[in-house]
Design a protein around this ligand. Sequence first.
Ligand code: X90
Length: 282
Amino acid sequence: MIWNIVTDSSSDVLESSFTNERIRFESVPLRILVGETEYIDNDALVIPELLNAMAAEKSASSTACPSPEAFAQAFIAGDCSICFTISANLSGTYNAAVLAREMVLEDHPEKKICIIDSKSTAGAMELLIRRAAELMEADPEGTNFDGICDQLRMYQASLRTVFTLEAYDNLIKNGRMRPLVGNLLHSLGIHVIADATPQGTIHVCGKAKGELRTFKALVQHMGESKDCTGAEVVIHHCENLTGAMRLRDVIVRELPVKSVGFCSCRGLTTYYAMQNGLIVSF
Ligand code: X90
């Protein structure tokens, strides 16, 4: 019996960093188009190169979700697959995975495949992947597949994501977020704080001036959005470990969380969060 965790590359979890020998893990890549160049969001992608290309190319750039075929290949490789995707309200990735499930079950009705919309991305998916691995370890034969899927769906619903970016250009340009009130915000050193809605859309929930005030406002918003007692927190950062660590300091000072981990943004989240972006899931 092969347990199989499938995700898309917006989880930021590298295939090489998933070290559980009893569970198969595959990250299906999204693609990033900057000018004429297509970047595949896999382990080999060099993030500083992508950031340089983004800075040099002011005109055409976009992203594309994986094909159903790419997900189908990942599902075929396991017996019991659980798949986490980026919010269906932000990307066609979830639909591609659902189509792939139907395709695979037609030829292999014995396989079990569950697709869970993270209604978020980045850290929320990392936390789901980790929880899935724990539950799978405790059930090596997959006898409780449906129960595990239910638990993961409940865990998904309990997760929150808040974030603050230095630039929202790519989110706005690609229609994932409503335009902010002019460029004024940026020039005055005002940082916008946003979060994921329960439906998996992006919502601007506040603004603050200066880094420390921004972090305090963000952490206050975390505390208001759920009871953080014992919460596992992950900060995904775009080439900004220093900022992520300063944010961690504010989180552990203000909230009774259990742990704070860090993860570097991979290609898809780098494209949207842009340099120095910080995404917090808990
Ligand atoms: O299908 C595609 O081309 C991918 C489109 C992805 C669009 C948005 C990605 C956002 C990544 C921003 C912070 C976290 C957002 C919270 C989720 C509701 C990073």
